[in-house]
Design a protein around this ligand. Structure first.
Ligand SMILES: *Cc1c(COP(=O)(O)O)cnc(C)c1O
Length: 438
């Protein structure tokens, strides 16, 4: 291809992607769609600038407007999460966790986190899985015990593990709560004191549930005993792809002096602006948005369950978050289910179930499928639409209908849900392609 053909082809692909999403049902639990206001902020000239350091104390000129926006982002974050301190510079959730590891641990130290099959994220995984905690910071990752019935951390068995470790003379330095399959609030209140009594820092990775917490619909980490919160800002929180750290007063300076210079140089100022916009939207609309997410997740879980799917957590009301986990092993596993639904323009992702590793299943074709309803909620869908989505999924997976036929129906269904809700301005359609070229 000549340069011009590459150039043209890139834009063709971008536009095709937008059109595809316009006609689809996006159910990836880690994704969302930001408002047109957030999109405006992230294509501003902020995306071309540097501002190393802290507002008012930069090592570059030209920062006066950037500084004011960054200060507002911190102010909004502190208000929304009831935090003493906010650092909006980490450029992603993984980088935010790496800041915590750098501040609170040394290589060789022990931490507690969830393993991947029980919902843990790769950034808190062991070295042998090339997880950030093990492979980058050289940490020993101990696992919270997990209750497969309750689909949550097992408090009593976790305390036993902490005590067994203490008997060997090992004190954990950090407990990292939070997960990527996060159905129910974690037992912070029950475990924070135990970790604190060993001088461990109690951290909470809110990447998945940050929007729910901001809307007052999940748990209140600081009130329950957490010292520090890390997160990515684009999952239930409908901001740009970025990261953030919040903490109690006493750790503020340590975090501030580590994020820069250790973990960021440029901190993606356009995304800081986009984050500030999203946080303002959450302050105004977060409660209605988050409560609708939880209602939608429960409604979709119930509808899928009634149609014959093995939705986990039935006895507990399926979920208290945006996420649903389904055992699809009887349909060949998560991989073929994901692929068939994609053919129908329904996007979900395969996921390990808590017991998959024991059964010899692998992440390439695990037994589960994970669904999230943040994006469809943002598009204005409510409980009735969740029932329709369950029907589409059943048609493809249980009834074996041709995905291409369902795809047409999905596009028709999506027609009346083209704008982002829960924001100050939705002049632009959610997936409208913005062309800046002549
Ligand atoms: C998504 C996620 C991350 C990583 O966030 P990125 O912004 O993709 O780096 C970290 N922790 C958890 C629990 C996550 O779900």
């Amino acid at each position: 291809m000549n340069p011009r053909s590459y150039y043209e082809r890139i834009f063709e692909l971008l536009e095709a992607h937008h059109l595809w999403f316009k006609r689809s049902i996006p159910l990836i639990a880690s994704e969302n769609v930001p408002s047109s206001a957030v999109r405006e902020a992230i294509i501003s000239d902020f995306c071309n600038r540097y501002a190393e350091g802290w507002p008012g104390d930069r090592v570059y000129a030209g920062c006066k407007y950037l500084d004011e926006v960054e200060v507002m982002a911190m102010e909004l974050a502190k208000k929304l999460y009831n935090a003493d301190f906010a650092d909006v510079r980490p450029i992603s959730g993984v980088v935010a966790n790496l800041v915590l590891y750098t501040v609170f641990t040394e290589p060789g130290d022990h931490i507690f986190a969830l393993p991947i099959p029980r919902g843990g994220h790769i950034s808190a995984a062991r070295r042998k899985f090339k997880g950030t905690a093990g492979a980058v910071r050289g940490l020993n990752v101990n696992y919270f015990a997990y209750d497969e019935e309750e689909l949550n951390i097992d408090v009593d068995r976790t305390i036993k593990r902490i005590n067994a470790l203490a008997k060997k003379g090992v004190k954990p330095k950090l407990a990292l709560f939070g997960a990527s399959v996060f159905l129910f609030p974690h037992p912070i209140k029950e475990l924070a004191d135990v970790f604190h009594s060993l001088d461990a820092v109690v951290a909470y990775d809110a990447s998945h549930v940050a929007g729910l917490i901001a809307g007052g619909c999940f748990q209140k980490p600081f009130e329950e005993g957490v010292d520090v919160i890390s997160m990515s800002t684009h999952k239930t929180l409908p901001g740009p792809q970025h990261g953030m750290i919040l903490s109690v007063e006493k750790y503020g300076d340590l975090i501030k002096n580590t994020t820069f210079p250790a973990l960021v140089s440029n901190h993606h100022l356009h995304n800081v602006a986009g984050l500030a916009v999203a946080l303002a939207e959450m302050l105004a609309f977060g409660r209605t948005y988050a409560s609708q997410i939880v209602r939608n997740a429960k409604a979709l879980a119930q509808a899928l369950y009634e149609r014959g799917f093995k939705v986990l957590g039935e006895k507990k009301g399926f979920t208290a978050s945006h996420t649903i986990l389904i055992d699809v092993s009887e349909f060949g596993g998560g991989a073929p289910v994901e692929a068939k639904l994609e053919e129908a323009n329904i996007f979900v992702n395969r996921n390990l179930l808590p017991w998959d590793v024991r059964l010899g299943r692998h992440y390439k074709n695990p037994g589960g499928m994970r669904l999230g309803v943040s994006e469809v909620t943002r598009l204005g869908m409510r409980e009735n639409e969740m029932v329709e989505i369950a029907d589409f999924i059943k048609s493809v997976i249980i009834d074996g209908k041709d995905p291409k036929a369902i795809r047409e129906k999905v596009a028709e269904f999506r027609r009346s849900f083209q704008r982002v809700h829960y924001c100050f301005d939705n002049a632009l359609e959610a997936y409208e392609y913005v062309k800046l070229r002549k």
